[in-house]
Design a protein around this ligand. Structure first.
Ligand SMILES: [Zn+2]
Length: 110
């Protein structure tokens, strides 16, 4: 069933084919600050509208996007090679219930 989501102010809207079956809880230096719960989808399955700003750091492989108005982290996508997937901040999705999905701990602390 299609699912939609948005940042807090509504500037950025996300459409996906379904809610995720699992999400990642990553402990890297960025995620531990932002508390994303990341869901992964093929880019062709994702529709994002509205202006976002990308934060690029480290190895500069991905851009981590947020809404410039309200600041919510929205998604990340590759800057170069095709990963075949992108990350969506599942916290923005309508009906997302962290207690109803598997939360996988990603150990990326450096
Ligand atoms: Zn916003």
């Amino acid at each position: 069933m299609p699912v939609e989501g948005s940042c807090h102010c509504g500037n950025v809207r996300i459409q996906l084919p379904s809610l995720p079956a699992w999400v990642a809880d990553c402990n890297c230096s960025l995620c531990r600050r932002t508390a994303w719960r990341t869901a992964y989808y093929p880019p062709a399955d994702v529709r994002i509208s509205g202006e976002t700003v990308a934060y690029v750091w480290g190895d500069r492989m991905i851009g981590i996007h947020h809404c410039p108005v309200c600041g919510c982290g929205t998604h990340w996508q590759t800057l170069r090679e095709d990963f075949g997937r992108m990350g969506i901040n599942a916290r923005l999705l309508d009906g997302f219930d962290e207690s109803a999905v598997q939360v996988r701990k990603f150990d990326n602390a450096a």
